[in-house]
Design a protein around this ligand. Structure first.
Ligand code: ATP
Ligand code: MG
Length: 398
């Protein structure tokens, strides 16, 4: 191995087009990178003309660094690079050759050199850099072949305030950095859908807090732990989450006693929305997120969704609305929540379900039934006052 200096250059997508706000996005992204890499070693993270440059000052585990970077929303590509402070063209050519020998075991592939020159004072333009480096590599590695149209490998030589050489771009998650688009309150159950919904909204730069309705003793401690575990997995992408565990048993029993059983689920879901909205206000969140998808169950027909939605003033984001179950499962596998979601502990909705729930509830009739819930305002107040707050952070931050 040569003693070339290794580092990472990070590419970001959409945030580059955000005009004046661009620097805010870049700063948030750089902060996320710093926080994510803190346990891995000593790194300097700096902005570099539309890229972020990560320079190590200690030993580090390459796979761990890449793994952590690949969970940060807003990154589209992670390039392991070689960095040259000395940009003399002879040095650049030699370093590119050394880089190739370090990086590849055999050279049975086609290649092309791509070049970018951000520093226009550099004596060669990007065409010349690409041609000359390409010729130099061919001279010294005879097995290599050039293919300018469809090369197996593109070797990048970028001349900026330093020179960067790389040929591998590890795909990032895309999206936008969390915190660049406000905050939402995720209704998180122990199922498959809501963690995926939270992930997708966080992907668009939205910070998350969460609420879970717990019906002790109808739902066990293990069911609650499962939700905490799911929140932890989501937080690996979304960052820290304030999880509000709402004591929901009294409200559920009260609805059960007072209202027609076929309407239980809808009424319960309406109360859940009211509480979620109140908690959202408390935490400065301005939208709710659920894992609903049209037609998945009786409470998710569009009539039911309409009945549930009509108690809220905040927008309710339902990122899975048009997804099939299988598509949701695929994402949950990818983000690693699936294994936890399918653990068999009851969540509160499965206890109090009627045999024949309404699938096309009439809002009028629901509201009529709810008039019997004379004490509900006090009970909502009481539930909110007795929330147990669980502060969730990703395991690797502990
Ligand atoms: P999930 O897989 O997310 O549990 P689901 O298909 O089981 O969804 P429902 O049980 O009808 O669907 O719930 C719809 C949505 O309501 C969930 O995606 C979640 O956002 C919210 N929700 C349901 N139960 C709870 C709960 N106990 N605490 C918090 N949110 C809940
Ligand atoms: Mg559920």
């Amino acid at each position: 191995m040569s003693n070339l200096k290794k580092a990472f250059l990070v590419k970001y997508g959409e945030i580059a087009i955000k005009g004046k706000n661009r620097y805010i996005f870049e700063n948030i992204l750089a902060d996320h990178i710093r926080r994510a890499l803190k346990p891995c070693g000593d790194f300097k993270v700096s902005k570099e003309q539309g890229r972020i440059f990560i320079e190590p000052f200690s030993d580090y585990d390459y796979d761990e660094v890449v793994d952590r970077l690949s969970r940060i929303f807003g990154l589209v590509g992670i390039c392991p690079v070689v960095v040259l402070e000395d940009m003399d063209f002879e040095t650049v050519k030699e370093a590119t050759l050394m880089y190739m020998k370090d990086e590849y075991e055999d050279f049975n592939f086609t290649f092309k050199v791509e070049s970018r020159r951000a520093d226009k004072r550099y004596p060669l333009n990007s065409m010349e850099i690409a041609c000359e480096v390409g010729a130099y590599l061919l001279d010294h590695i005879p097995e290599l072949k050039v293919d300018v149209k469809k090369p197996d490998v593109k070797v990048w030589v970028e001349i900026r305030s330093r020179a960067y050489i790389y040929s591998k771009i590890i795909k990032g998650l895309g999206g936008m950095p969390v915190g660049s688009n406000g905050k939402a309150m995720l209704m998180l159950s122990g199922g498959i859908d809501s963690p995926v919904a939270g992930y997708l909204v966080a992907k668009r730069g939205v910070k998350l807090d969460a609420v879970y309705y717990h019906s002790h003793p109808y739902t066990s401690e293990r069911a609650k732990q499962k939700v905490i575990d799911l929140a932890k997995i989501v937080s690996r992408y979304s960052g820290r989450i304030n999880l509000n565990v709402v004591p929901f048993t009294d409200i559920q029993l009260y609805i059960y006693e007072q209202c027609p059983h076929e309407q239980l689920t809808i009424i319960m879901r309406r109360i859940m929305m009211i509480i979620a909205e109140r908690l959202a206000e408390k935490y400065g969140a301005i939208a709710l997120v659920t894992g609903e998808s049209i037609g998945q169950v009786a409470s998710q027909t569009i009539q039911s969704l309409n009945a549930t939605n009509s108690v809220c003033n905040m927008p309710v984001f339902r990122p899975l609305i048009g997804f099939d179950k299988q598509e949701i499962v695929e994402i949950s596998e990818k983000i690693d929540t699936y294994g936890t979601s399918i653990l068999p502990y009851e969540d509160c909705c499965t206890i109090f379900v009627a045999k024949h729930p309404v699938t096309k509830p009439s809002l009028k009739s629901i509201i009529r039934s709810e008039r019997r819930l004379e004490k509900i305002d006090e009970m909502i107040e009481e539930a909110i006052n007795n929330v147990e707050l669980v502060k969730i952070k990703p395991d690797e931050e502990e």
